[in-house]
Every structure is written in structure tokens, then in C-alpha cells.
Write a protein that binds this ligand. Structure first.
Ligand SMILES: C[S@@+](CC[C@H](N)C(=O)[O-])C[C@H]1O[C@@H](n2cnc3c(N)ncnc32)[C@H](O)[C@@H]1O
Length: 231
């Protein structure tokens, strides 16, 4: 962790050419979407100030929501749970929260934020379940340090998760998955279930096929999946 340099993204207010999506994050959807600066105030106050729920209510986190298939499903299927989604790109981010609200779910919040800085927006014991679906594999160029399931992130996830919570990770990249499994085995997490071919297991019954997953399945690519548990 000592050599870690925090990635910094261009601030929304400094964008040279604003468009509908970059403006909607603080305008039309300002109550449900947060830019990289406003969200900093939410740390340790997600339940009390943002979702206005009891401190014991479950609140989950999804990293890299993309077009929001899983995010929207989760919000609609589990109205008793809250969900925070992190995404870097404005267009999918706004489409995700807009679709969610149109379908009647108000228990989701979407955030433009770099996943590697999650400790700036979540406190210890603040999060329940975590979903990491098809993060960028960083195999070409091969830069393992940029992969989400790295030792530092696994430690951050562990610190912010409540005991008993799960962490689901799935990817089309066998290379990244096998690398991630090595990091996981050296982490504090218990491996509850893992497979190199998710769609040939009983886990398909509860699996939600994400936007990218649909494409990979159509190409005949096997999906790697692991479920971790924080004791
Ligand atoms: C391959 S897509 C997968 C999207 C979605 N989870 C799915 O399965 O369809 C990866 C997503 O993660 C987002 N992303 C990449 N790096 C990120 C980071 N450091 N923090 C947050 N989101 C990130 C990308 O913008 C992209 O939408």
C-alpha cells in the first residue's frame, strides 16, 4: 500500500465541453447522482443522510455499473436494500439512474468515482454486499496493478464490509481471474464458491446477466465467477 498513488480524474466542473449527461449529474438527477466532489460528504452518512434509512438497513455497492442492467435489477428486486453504484463514464451513469427512477426504484444512488479511491467515500463497516462485474481486465496492456481485485482493494473491501456480507466477482478474462484468485487466497476472505464456467453451475439460477455478460455469452466465452464471504 505504501507505493500507492491515488488516481485523479478530471473534475466535472472543469470539463471543457459539458453535455447533457455531464450536466444531469448535478442538475436533473442531482438528488440521485453524485459527482466526484459532492460525494465526499457522504462518507459515513450514506444511510442517515442520503438513503434516510436505519443504520442496520442493508446497503450494497456495485463497482463499474456500465449500462446498469444489474444495478436496476437489484434496486427493483430488493426494495429493502439500498445500492450505491460507481461508474466513471457519464452517459451510462445517467442512463442507469434514469432507468431506475423511471421503473419506480428510489433506493439507488450512482456516483462518478474512481474505484481505487473508495476509502474516500465509505467508512469502516458501512457496506454490506459488493458486486464487481466484468471490470477492465488489464491484460493488454498487462498491468495487474490496475486490476480491481488487487491486494490493496481486497483489504479496503474487507474493512468497509459488514461481517457476514458477500463479495461477488465475475469476469470473462481467465487470465485476470486466475491472477485475482491468487490475491484472494492471500486475503482475509473465505471463498464460498468459485467456477471457471458460471453458466454450467447451479449459480445461474440467481445470476443476473449483465450487459457485457450477454455479449460474452453470445461469443461462447466461459464466465469465471467467485463468491467471497467476510466472516
Ligand atoms: C467492461 S465494463 C462492465 C460493465 C458492467 N458491469 C457489465 O457487466 O455490463 C466496465 C465498466 O467499469 C467502468 N470502470 C472502469 N474503471 C473504473 C474505475 N476505476 N472506477 C469505476 N468504474 C470503472 C467502465 O467505465 C465500464 O463501464
Amino acid at each position: 500500500m505504501e507505493n500507492f498513488r491515488r488516481p485523479r480524474i478530471v473534475k466535472t466542473k472543469d470539463l471543457k465541453i459539458p453535455n447533457y449527461y455531464t450536466q444531469a449529474i448535478d442538475g436533473e438527477f442531482g438528488e440521485y447522482a453524485f459527482n466526484e466532489e459532492r460525494v465526499l460528504e457522504n462518507k459515513s452518512f450514506w444511510r442517515s443522510k442520503i438513503f434516510k434509512v436505519n443504520e442496520s438497513a442493508p446497503m450494497d455497492l456495485e463497482i463499474g455499473t456500465g449500462n446498469g442492467v444489474h444495478f436496476q435489477h437489484h434496486c427493483l428486486a430488493y426494495p429493502e436494500r439500498s445500492l450505491v453504484g460507481l461508474e466513471l463514464k457519464y452517459k451510462p451513469l445517467i442512463q442507469t439512474i434514469r432507468g431506475c427512477l423511471r421503473k419506480g426504484a428510489k433506493n439507488g444512488r450512482i456516483v462518478r468515482f474512481h474505484a481505487f479511491n473508495i476509502d474516500e467515500i465509505f467508512g469502516t463497516d458501512e457496506v454490506n454486499d459488493i458486486y464487481v462485474h466484468f471490470p477492465d481486465p488489464w491484460t493488454t496492456p498487462r498491468k495487474p496493478r490496475n486490476r480491481v481485485m488487487n491486494p490493496r482493494m481486497l483489504e479496503l473491501f474487507w474493512q468497509m464490509q459488514r461481517p457476514g456480507s458477500k463479495l461477488d466477482f465475475k469476469t470473462d478474462s481467465r487470465e485476470m481471474f486466475l491472477w485475482a484468485m491468487q490475491q484472494i487466497e492471500a486475503s482475509k476472505y473465505k471463498i464460498e464458491f468459485h467456477t471457471l464456467n458460471l453458466h454450467k453451475t447451479e449459480m445461474t439460477a440467481e445470476n443476473i446477466i449483465t450487459g457485457f455478460e450477454k455479449i460474452f455469452i453470445s461469443q461462447g466465452i466461459e464466465i469465471n465467477f467467485v463468491r467471497l464471504r467476510k466472516s
